[in-house]
Design a protein around this ligand. Sequence first.
Ligand SMILES: NC(=O)c1ccc[n+]([C@@H]2O[C@H](COP(=O)([O-])OP(=O)(O)OC[C@H]3O[C@@H](n4cnc5c(N)ncnc54)[C@H](O)[C@@H]3O)[C@@H](O)[C@H]2O)c1
Length: 403
Amino acid sequence: MIRLGVVGYGGRIHYVVNDAIRGLAPDARVVGVVDPDEAGVRKRLGDCDKQDAVFYKSLDEMVRQAKLDALLIGTRCNLHAVYGAQAAKYDLPLYLEKPIAVSMEQAIALEKAFENSRCQVVVSFPLRVSPLAELARKYIARGEIGQPIHVHAFNFVNYGTVYWEQAYRDYSITGGLFLQKATHDLDYLAYLMGKPIVRVAAMLTRGKVYGGDKPAGLICSKCDEQDTCIESPRNRKRNGSGGNGHPDKPCVFSVDSGLPGNPTVSANEDCSSVVMEFEGGAHGVYSQVFFTRRDAGARGAIVSGYQGTVSFDWAQDQFRYVRHHAPFTATEKVGQVGSHAGGDQELAFDFLGVIRGKNKSRTPIQTGLASVYACLAARESAETGQFVPVRQVGASLLAAAAR
Ligand SMILES: NC(=O)c1ccc[n+]([C@@H]2O[C@H](COP(=O)([O-])OP(=O)(O)OC[C@H]3O[C@@H](n4cnc5c(N)ncnc54)[C@H](O)[C@@H]3O)[C@@H](O)[C@H]2O)c1
């Protein structure tokens, strides 16, 4: 039996434990939980965990008493770094949700906590370890496109309303959508290019689509515009435009989500873009758009070198390799791989491997920090209109990652 302790047993970590980890290790059990919402967690826990799970007041108490094999941190964004820094003290494998920090202060404190730590971390970056990204990286690493010189990455999110109608609408928890969303993309892009991001220029647009002047706390079932509003559950259902159909859904045009015409208010952005320079001089662009729907959904990258181009789109499950100087183009289709393009299962595989001492994490703490530093630089650039250098993970942690 693998004994798991969880801090913040919400919807995401329930999926990670119950489906991804237990899909590969049926004997994994949640034996300890730190979460203020005991009643909610008890409802969510898998049937096989309901009996054994003990609730603790603190991470320290859980580690001392629960005889854990591993830890998972699945709180909302603003607490990942706080609990992560505490977990660095223990010699227990750690599954850490992204973004692993939401401010520079948090990120630096987390980096410091890991400087002399033996705690091995699997940062929850499913895209980097997904079969499609791994295939693209293999082509690039084999030199099939020559040196990668340019990347064009895109993320047309067709479920983006979640950032205005779920807890993510609270900017003080998420810190905006570079940290919330682009943390995945800037991570896998650095992996594909084989180099860290060293400098960014970014731009964002907010208040053009979501946010508005509807009253705070407004929910659809209490609104008299349900027939005409294209975001009402009934119209979304008619139009096939997404959402969970709940009649009590919070209004995406309310003041809770930011004010229109006031670009200074801290609110999630409708769309944002980053121009990035990689160490060694290659560069790329990445855009994320949160108001697209239905078949407009797309997420992937086009990486070019002088010899060729590789491209993929997780929404199409498809990879393409074009040789620039020979008359060949190859296409590969991905089979059935599961959630997050198969990445969640790969993360579970890595985490179990670390627990059993059989393999290393492909997403160690250094990857989470590097991505947070790039996202914070993007946020700063979007606010100041300046190019911003990206803080780099310190030498001692990089050396630890290379071992
Ligand atoms: N890696 C991915 O692809 C991916 C996908 C979805 C969500 N996420 C991330 O997962 C995180 C959790 O998202 P979620 O949808 O599961 O949220 P959630 O609200 O369902 O879960 C958060 C849990 O943390 C608990 N909590 C609150 N305060 C706490 C505290 N002080 N100490 C311990 N626990 C506390 C809550 O009671 C809740 O059970 C978010 O940061 C989100 O960005 C990552």
